[in-house]
Design a binder for this molecule. Sequence first.
Ligand SMILES: *[C@@H]1O[C@H](CO)[C@@H](O)[C@H](O)[C@H]1NC(C)=O
Ligand SMILES: *[C@@H]1O[C@H](CO)[C@@H](O)[C@H](O)[C@H]1NC(C)=O
Length: 170
Amino acid sequence: MAQMYLLVAGVMLCSIPACCLGCNLPWIHCWKSNEIFALLKQMQRIRTPSCLKDRADFKFPWKRENITQIHMTQGLCYHSLMLQQIFNLFTTEDSRAAWNSTLLDKLLSSLDQSLKQLEKMEGDNLDCPDLGHAAWKYFHGIHLYLEDREYSPCAWEVVRVEIKRCLSLI
Ligand SMILES: *[C@@H]1O[C@H](CO)[C@@H](O)[C@H](O)[C@H]1NC(C)=O
Ligand SMILES: *[C@@H]1O[C@H](CO)[C@@H](O)[C@H](O)[C@H]1NC(C)=O
């Protein structure tokens, strides 16, 4: 009965848009994606439209169809990789200066828990160098952009929106 309940809860939570595409990961991880997504939403401090001039194309490396493919073959590795990069981005000192620290701590804690969980599930099999290189390039671009804009509130807002979008794809 308890198992049935978990299954139903899992299906329900997985129907929320921010959930991993295809949802082939255990529901608890889906739930964390949604939590991370919700926190990123809550973190908004300034109106996005006031930052139009700071918009940038960060060139997310994959299209939806590629991601579906990746989920089928290297899903766990891909998720770990992306969550780790998001964690690295928000764990910086400049991020702490930009965001509400209560919300930021919650975000980092959710990311950390998801990462630990993925590690436990995957064991030693968290090695996907091709994906790693593409992800590194994408996040490196984001770091450079922030540096270039001197970590301005608008630059962080643009990045927050980008990460929300990226999270909805991974
Ligand atoms: C993405 O998917 C398309 C069609 O499935 C494929 O042709 C293309 O090579 C893929 N791109 C990458 C970067 O994997
Ligand atoms: C930070 O966010 C929390 C939770 O939403 C809120 O209670 C608190 O007042 C915020 N702090 C600042 C300094 O805005």
